[in-house]
Design a binder for this molecule. Structure first.
Ligand code: PFF
Length: 448
């Protein structure tokens, strides 16, 4: 191969990059939306349990594969294989994850483009460009093409610079900005009429719903999407972590940040909806559930911002910038999966590989934009409802059943000498071997 791989220069850099991948539209839009349509706090509770009990062990498995293999997803898994069949199986899982990441990026880029358009809209209104402002908020093929392309250019620009100067440097800048903006927005919304009611709706669980199968499926899907599992992303990020780092705690820290930001986003969005209601905006759908999906982000919240007068312009701008930043730190990780594969397996220069792959994915986004009704939902389903859980499950099976236990232990021990006697080591191998694949399989089977 002969390619110098680079890696994260610090622990903080890795945490910001991995949390950057994990924290995205899934946290700030998906999580509050799912919470709103699944009985409020009951969903939050189930999500927390599943994130730590199922997604975290699977996340650990992916990081370990990468750090052991020190290479892209396919090569890393093939290093763990001992015969031809295992190598083929490794290829299917690794490559499947890479395709999954590319598919997710193709629709994610469109959504992120919408966020950017909505961020510019209040500014153009402020400057008196009324026509431009309304063009920005109406879905059209030209608008979606232009903004997906803009967003993809940003993503390509960062990934071309490599791990340390691209992914790490930008995640370290953007993630603290995101957290700061989120907290400021929450504080502001809390000063408004109606917020308290939203706060109650968010935090009072309806325990009777906790075991509903649909709720469980949504919560597990959300947890896997949120930790970017089953996409090769955490394998490749794992491969950039130094051997001296303790993976068990790093993974726990990233999971904690991811879950906390989703929780904070709920604290912003759900009270904001009730504030909007206090201002006369309809927030309940016909069946009595809270409005969710695109209507929430693109109708309810903009109506709320518009009702705030002059300050609303800045709040709207801040909110959509927040969304765009969250999307960017995730999209770079999605592009890194396929790029690292091509660079390492085919010996292609990084900049060239990034541009070619980024533009190919952008073309896919363009095809989706032009055939929106037909393809948008389909690509989301194929990649996130089916692809991610299946591949994450196969990764657990690979680690649990194919990799030798002593090899796994040797890898985890690097940076964590005492792990053998820890609570983690008592349950995690058993978990990856039996519990994770079975639970993911059950949920998946049910969803079929
Ligand atoms: N975790 C991201 C989010 O919650 O928005 C989405 C994501 C990123 C999914 C990277 C898959 C991926 F490979």
């Amino acid at each position: 191969m002969g390619v110098s791989r680079g890696g994260f220069s610090s622990r903080f850099g890795f945490i910001m990059a991995a949390a950057g991948s994990a924290v995205g539209l899934g946290n700030i839009w998906g999580f509050p939306t799912q919470t709103a349509s699944n009985g409020g706090a009951a969903f939050v509770l189930v999500y927390l349990v599943l994130a730590f009990c199922l997604a975290y062990p699977a996340f650990m498995a992916e990081l370990l594969i990468g750090r052991y293999g020190q290479a892209n997803a396919v090569t890393s898994m093939q290093k763990m294989s001992r015969n031809l069949w295992q190598k083929r199986f490794a290829f299917v899982i690794g490559f499947g994850g890479i395709i999954c990441a590319a598919l997710i990026l193709s629709f994610y880029g469109i959504l992120a483009g919408w966020m950017m358009a909505y961020a510019i809209e209040p500014i153009s209104k402020l400057l008196g460009f009324q026509q431009a402002a309304s063009w920005l908020t109406v879905q059209s093929v030209p608008r979606d093409l232009i903004f997906s392309a803009l967003f993809m250019m940003l993503t390509i620009g960062i990934i071309r610079r490599g791990v340390e100067q691209g992914i790490e440097k930008w995640s370290k800048r953007l993630m603290p900005m995101l957290i700061g903006l989120l907290i400021l927005l929450i504080i502001y919304v809390f000063t408004l009429d109606g917020a308290r009611e939203g706060f109650n709706a968010y935090l009072n669980p309806d325990f009777s719903r906790v075991l509903e199968p649909d709720l469980l499926i949504s919560a597990l899907g959300q947890a896997f999407f949120s930790l970017s599992l089953g996409t090769s992303v955490m394998i490749i990020y794992g491969s950039y972590i130094a051997k001296k780092e303790n993976l068990v705690t790093l993974a726990a820290q990233v999971t904690l940040i991811d879950v906390s930001i989703a929780f904070l986003a709920g604290l912003l969005i759900i009270p904001a909806m009730y504030v909007a209601q206090a201002q006369g905006v309809a927030i309940f759908a016909e069946d009595g559930s809270l409005i969710s999906g695109p209507n929430l982000v693109f109708d309810v919240l903009p109506s709320l911002f518009a009702g705030m007068g002059d300050i609303g312009v800045f709040v709207a701008f801040a909110f959509f910038v927040l969304m765009s930043i969250a999307a960017l730190t995730s999209s770079i990780s999605m592009l890194e999966g396929p790029v690292s594969f091509v660079v390492e397996r085919h010996n292609i220069e990084r900049k060239k590989a990034t541009t070619v792959i980024g533009i190919s994915i952008l073309l896919l986004s363009a095809i989706i934009v032009v055939n929106f009704d037909l393809l948008f939902g389909l690509v989301i389903n194929v990649s996130t409802v089916y692809g991610q859980p299946i591949i994450a499950m196969l990764c657990c099976i690979f680690v649990g059943w194919i990799w030798y236990r002593n090899e796994i232990l040797a890898e985890i021990k690097q940076g964590n000498e005492d792990v053998e006697h820890s609570f983690f080591w008592k349950i995690w191998p058993w978990y990856t071997k039996f519990v994770c694949p079975t639970a993911i399989g059950l949920v998946f089977w049910h969803s079929l």
